[in-house]
Design a protein around this ligand. Structure first.
Ligand code: ATP
Length: 357
């Protein structure tokens, strides 16, 4: 059971190697444990403020409970001065979406089901442990290896323990992937992650982002009314089963969405031991339009790193946005295209765990 070790410099125990990733909160390096030679990943997070430390402590506490093959595994953790170091299992295959746009990768509906099944298994386990991920998006799904099809869910930086008897509302997320109840500052729940799973599935099958508008405010307005369609030509190649799967996740009413377990029992994801389908059936049809779109999607995301951010307060006229909560002192943010906003709001004010309803 990993405890956060204090006053130890992790460089005494681990050799630091190249940088392999960077997020809003931390920088991730490849590293090697000196005693065992084990290759691992070290996430460095600076903690200038008490809340920063509390956030990393919460991330570590949550990860300790999440021991599952579809989820990134915690190895060790340190606190030293104004830095925290989280040592993680190393995942070397890169982001799932980078993988699927590779010229060597044949993108079919079948391969999408292989990924979606694993995502649902991972989320199902997280939910079983009464935890919400709350930051499900393509960049938080990594491939275990460069050539295999196994994936892992990473980044529990926004994850929260969930007690269905208590009211939990949050004010963070990534506009294209965030659920209506987050935008509306309503109660959230397991369904909040399932909405994001639905968006990920839509993007994976088409390369298109279902709710994206010209600005974040427009995107969030589309999300609040759950406005999307399958009209693009990319969906001509997609089976009714896949569309039905998405339709049962992208529902405004959180309680009506499929749970992770129900997703795994949905006909589209059910493993069938049947003989291979005849040629041109959607499941083996190469999704060329989707792949071209996905390349553009990944390009756009790389240009505008989509870190989660705190939602706009009250200065915008999106009718469904309710942001006048006196318990929060939100910094007003100006909208920018493609979700590249950043915020200066203290991370603890991003959410609220209220027992008082
Ligand atoms: P965000 O801004 O998305 O909240 P963050 O600061 O919490 O990010 P992570 O998402 O945990 O940081 O990590 C940043 C990036 O580093 C990831 O997008 C991923 O590409 C890479 N990364 C993180 N953990 C690992 C790992 N264990 N193995 C390999 N790469 C990793």
């Amino acid at each position: 059971d990993v405890q956060i070790r204090k006053g130890i410099d992790p460089k005494e125990l681990y050799d630091l190697e190249t940088e392999i990733g960077r997020g809003k909160f931390g920088t991730v390096y490849k590293c090697k444990e000196k005693t065992s030679g084990l290759q691992l990943a070290a996430k460095f997070v600076s903690i200038p403020k008490k809340e920063d430390r509390r956030n990393v402590e919460r991330e570590v506490e949550i990860m300790r409970e999440l021991q599952h093959p579809r989820l990134i595994q915690l190895y060790d953790a340190f606190e030293n001065g104004k830095m925290m170091y989280v040592i993680l299992e190393l995942i070397e295959g890169g982001e799932l979406f980078e993988r699927v746009i590779d010229d060597d990768f044949i993108l079919t509906e079948k391969s999408c089901t292989v990924f979606m099944r694993q995502i649902c298994e991972g989320i199902g386990f997280i939910h079983q442990q009464k935890i919400l991920h709350l930051d499900m998006k393509p960049e938080n799904i990594l491939c275990l290896t460069k050539t295999g099809n196994r994936i892992k869910i990473i980044d529990f930086g926004l994850a929260r323990r969930f007690d269905p008897d208590k009211k939990l509302q949050v004010l963070f997320g990534t506009p294209e992937f965030v659920a209506p109840e987050v935008v509306n500052f309503d109660q959230i729940g397991y369904g909040t992650d399932m909405w994001s799973v639905g968006v990920i599935c839509y993007v994976l099958l088409s390369g298109l982002s279902p709710f994206m508008g010209h600005t974040d405010v427009e995107t969030m307005a589309n999300v609040t009314i759950a406005k999307y369609d399958f009209e693009d030509e990319a969906f001509e190649e997609i089976s009714e089963g896949a569309k039905d799967f998405i339709k049962k996740l992208l529902i405004k009413d959180m309680s009506q969405r499929l749970t992770a377990d129900e997703c795994l029992r949905h006909a589209w994801l059910l493993k069938k031991e049947s003989p291979p389908p005849p040629p041109k059936k959607p499941s083996i049809f190469q999704m060329d339009t989707a792949k071209d779109n996905l390349k553009l999607f990944v390009e756009r995301w790389n240009e505008h790193p989509n870190s989660p951010y705190v939602f706009e307060a009250s200065s915008h006229s999106v009718s469904n946005l309710r942001r006048n909560n006196s318990l929060h002192s939100l910094t007003a943010l100006s909208p920018s295209p493609c979700g590249s906003l950043s915020s200066s709001v203290d991370s603890d004010s991003h959410f609220q765990d209220m027992n008082d309803h």
